[in-house]
Design a protein around this ligand. Structure first.
Ligand code: CA
Length: 672
């Protein structure tokens, strides 16, 4: 490699465009191909098992590989059958490393060795014959309500109603009609999600990750999974058998199939911006190529994990696009959420969008990501980072999480006691005080309603409302409930252990409903953390990435205890799906006029669509006092009176003239 820090020339010589890398199995033979342009020699090692600790472990064969065009090494074996495990010994600069396959599609325990797999044998019955699914996906993509969920959290609680063996596993999703503590009354898991009405489940990482020992005691281990090892293989700890590579693939597909059968689309959380460690298949195979570095050779640390990948390098960009398309095609994934998307360049993101769009139903596959990074990362000169200031350089069907909306509604995620609109903050995070701060916060909420398309913004420049993810909670930081509890005036100055986070509280309940009412009536795409709808608490722990399962698991008992809040969300979801104006992609087709209410913390707006008779009048009142406001002309149905959301529109009360606005409440009136 002539120039270590600018791979333009290297890429022009070695970029390999075929899609046949990895182990390709046929009945006749298995063909191995690996891209390793800098290697002096490569050998493929075939094994009976995924690790030496297993019964029957032995080396079957070592095959020298031949170097072909563009740095691709190749070997084939007629003796290597499906289920055979393999590694490569790659010799770079005289240093030999044994490594699993960058392009592996199956692996053994803890991803130590890759595995040859006949993918067709891993399809559950009917998995590929579900032609109607693309129609359903199309329908769901028009009005996404995204529910962010961790596979283990979903069912590991003892009250989940799931069989003991499937708790915390892929297969928990395949158990229909489960009930709270198996008592036959209150629905849990899939049954609950169907009733709630969400359109997309966004699953935290389930590619193979490194922080959980798949062969260890899984009852005490937990991790969110933002530490990728094998991007194209499902994680083993969610499988009933992480030793046999085909099992986790089949079970993962069964999970997706079960969600699809429930009418729910599946978004995969992908983390291409860094790997679990530098001791990775990438670094072992082509040292120095896949990672971003400073001119002095130091590895970039924008992910705060010490090993940012380099999306701007041709073969990593290609890898990301191929990997995403592989999950979309092979696993029928309906959307992708990109972790720390700000570490990728806009060209890579747009390239992935273009590749997905070529697939059947591909345009309906969602793409969104975090438009920020943990820290600075030295991207190659000329590349544009996919951060929020560059939202307008992303394809119009790539959306970003909107921290502006999130923090305006309930306060900064970085300052625990900072409050936002609903918890009567005056915008401490805005570095100004008093009435002016309150007014600025009101303006930020109005911007949120318009998905930041209302006026010229310096900080975020969406092409259309569809590029904005409106939300207030995700796996990172406090749950909404905990944040609202923490910012209660009576808890000011208290230490976390002095606050009873889990206890029900009418003030927090009002604020929670107001918060939900706000982002559910914003333009854009709504998203929320699983359990937000039943006051999920992590007992004041803001970063629970490796906290014990009992902190992270969804409490299904709480879903019953907080049924009133669940019903409120359920109503908002149904309403949002019926009032499609929220998803209007072109901002000019929606007219939003804000009323002059003469009071800070009291926002009212009238929303109409150019080609529809439907209209909406919405009021947010954060104040402790009630208020009286005139309604626009005509008769309105009361969809939400601040306490309940009416889902049977024929039963809605009718109102005209003026309205008595409740304190700390959202009120929604509609002409339907
Ligand atoms: Ca793993």
């Amino acid at each position: 490699m002539k120039n270590k820090f600018d791979f333009n020339e290297f890429d022009s010589i070695y970029e390999y465009k075929e899609k046949d890398l990895g182990a390709v199995y046929t009945e006749k033979e298995t063909v191995f191909k690996v891209w390793a342009p800098a290697a002096g020699s490569v050998t493929v090692n075939l094994y009976q098992t995924g690790s030496d600790a297993e019964e029957g472990a032995r080396l079957l064969e070592r095959l020298p590989m031949k170097q072909g065009e563009r740095g691709v090494w190749q070997a084939s074996s007629s003796g290597c059958k499906k289920g055979c495990y393999y590694t490569y010994t790659v010799c770079n600069n005289g240093i030999a490393k044994e490594t699993a396959d960058v392009y592996g599609r199956a692996c053994g325990i803890n991803g130590v060795r890759s595995m040859v797999v006949d993918l067709r044998e891993t399809d559950p019955k009917g998995f590929r014959e579900n032609k109607e699914w693309l129609l359903k996906r199309h329908e769901l993509s028009k009005c996404p309500v995204i529910y962010e969920l961790h596979i283990k959290d979903f069912s590991s609680g003892g009250d989940s109603g799931i069989s003991e063996k499937n708790r915390g596993k892929y297969l928990a999703f395949t158990e229909p009609d489960t009930t709270l503590s198996k008592k036959g009354e209150i629905p849990t898991c899939i049954s609950y999600l169907k009733d709630l009405g969400i359109t997309h489940v966004h699953l935290l990482p389930f590619f193979d990750y490194g922080s959980v020992d798949e062969g260890g005691d899984l009852s005490s281990q937990f991790n969110w999974g933002y530490d990728p090892v094998h991007y194209n293989v499902p994680e083993g700890s969610y499988s009933l058998d992480p030793y046999h590579g085909e099992v986790r693939i089949r079970e993962c597909k069964q999970m997706i199939q079960a969600l699809h059968e429930a009418g729910i689309a599946v978004v995969m959380d992908v983390v291409y911006n860094h790997t679990y460690s530098l001791e990775s298949v990438f670094e072992n195979t082509v040292p120095g190529y896949y990672y971003r570095k400073y001119a002095d050779g130091k590895y970039s640390n924008g992910s705060l994990c010490g090993n940012d990948t380099a999306s701007e390098h041709a073969m990593y960009r290609r890898y990301m696009a191929d990997s995403v398309c592989y999950w979309a095609e092979e696993y029928q994934i309906d959307g992708f959420r990109f972790d720390l998307m700000g570490l990728h360049d806009t060209e890579t993101m747009n390239c992935i969008r273009a590749e997905l769009d070529k697939l059947p139903g591909g345009e309906d596959i969602l793409m969104y990501g975090e438009p920020w990074s943990g820290d600075y990362s030295p991207m190659k000169k000329g590349s544009i980072p996919a951060v929020k200031e560059n939202t307008d350089k992303l394809h119009e069907r790539i959306a970003v999480f909107c921290d502006g909306t999130r923090d305006a509604i309930k306060g900064s995620v970085f300052i625990a006691d900072d409050a936002g609109f609903v918890n009567t903050g005056v915008g401490e995070s805005l570095s100004i005080d008093g009435a002016e701060a309150s007014r600025v916060l009101d303006e930020a909420v109005k911007d949120s309603v318009c998905a930041w398309c209302r006026r010229e913004q310096k900080e975020i420049t969406p092409k259309n409302p569809g590029q904005i993810i409106s939300y207030v909670s995700a796996h990172d930081n406090y749950t909404l409930w905990d944040k609202l509890k923490y910012t209660l005036p009576k808890n000011a100055g208290k230490k976390k252990n002095q606050i009873d986070f889990s206890k029900k509280c009418s003030e927090v309940m009002r604020q929670n409903k107001l918060a939900a009412g706000i982002y559910f009536t914003c333009l854009g795409t709504v998203f929320f953390q699983a359990g937000e709808e039943f006051g999920r608490t992590k007992l004041g722990i803001s970063d629970s990435y490796n906290a014990p399962p009992y902190i992270n698991a969804l409490s299904w008992s709480r879903s019953s205890e907080f049924r009133e809040l669940v019903e409120f969300y359920k109503g908002l979801i149904a309403f949002r799906k019926s009032f499609k104006t929220f998803y209007e992609r072109a901002a000019q087709n929606v007219k939003i006029s804000f009323e002059n209410t003469n009071m800070t913390g009291l926002i009212a707006f009238y929303m109409t669509k150019t080609d529809s008779e439907k209209a909406l009048f919405v009021i947010y009142n954060k104040n402790k006092e009630k208020a009286i406001l005139p309604l626009p002309e005509g008769c309105f149905r009361v969809i939400c009176d601040g306490e309940i959301v009416e889902t049977d529109y024929d039963k809605c009360k009718e109102i005209s003239g003026e309205v008595l606005v409740k304190n700390e409440a959202v009120m929604i009136f509609a002409k339907l």
